[in-house]
Design a protein around this ligand. Structure first.
Ligand code: GLN
Length: 205
């Protein structure tokens, strides 16, 4: 339960929008599907869903949302990206399609489709110390990886071989996997709590 109900946007141009909206509803947040700048302007936090990052990039540019989202990130609004959403938050990407852009904000280099075609989708249980027990059941679907993370980036989870799959930097949170496809709500709860705090800090009175 959250004490004040923050309004959380889900970027709704492509991807698994419905699953994120359902997770946020379960946490008691008010959910706004964001397809235009006027909708973005009403929210206290934003989810960038999984899907296809190059498509989401093109559509957000076509809908005039790229700069407003960049401005929201720069203003400190909490944002959580899963999978394609993690790619969109990265300052640098490897293996993007020609001309692919990101919103940026996270000082990381992210490789798209990092697991190749042979094991492009898998599930595993991940220890995430910041969330405590139990471990997170993580579903990876043609997932990216964080290849390099700057000094201000907090690594939240690694695979057994050490590769980084969840990070946080200031108000930005990103996972290479999809908590929203299972019963895992703790990452969304972090976003909702940060959005509530951000609203308290920014809304006068
Ligand atoms: N491979 C996709 C991309 O490059 C991400 C996959 C996903 O979000 N499940 O955007």
């Amino acid at each position: 339960m959250v004490t004040s109900r923050p309004r959380i946007g889900v970027l709704a141009v492509q991807g698994d929008v419905r699953e994120h909206a359902a997770a946020l509803h379960r946490l008691g947040a008010t959910v706004e599907l964001v397809r235009r700048p006027t909708e973005l302007a009403t929210v206290d936090g934003l989810v960038l869903p999984g899907g296809e990052s190059s498509t989401i990039d093109k559509l957000t540019r076509a809908f005039g949302l790229q700069q407003p989202i960049r401005d929201a990130i720069a203003s400190g609004m909490p944002v959580y990206g899963t999978c394609a959403g993690m790619i969109l938050l990265a300052d640098r990407i490897s293996d993007g399609i020609a001309g692919q852009q990101t919103f940026g904000g996270l000082d990381v280099t992210v490789r798209r489709n990092a697991f190749g075609s042979q094991v492009d989708s898998f599930e595993t249980d991940l220890a995430v110390p910041a969330l405590g027990a139990p471990p997170v059941h993580a579903v990876f679907i043609r997932a990216p990886l964080v290849e390099q993370a700057g000094d201000d980036v907090e690594v939240l989870a690694r695979l057994d071989d050490g590769r980084i799959v969840a990070v946080r930097q200031g108000s930005l949170l990103a996972t290479a996997f999809h908590p929203e496809v299972g019963a895992e709500l703790r990452f969304h709860a972090l976003l909702v709590a940060q959005a509530a705090a951000w609203r308290e800090a920014t809304v006068p009175g």
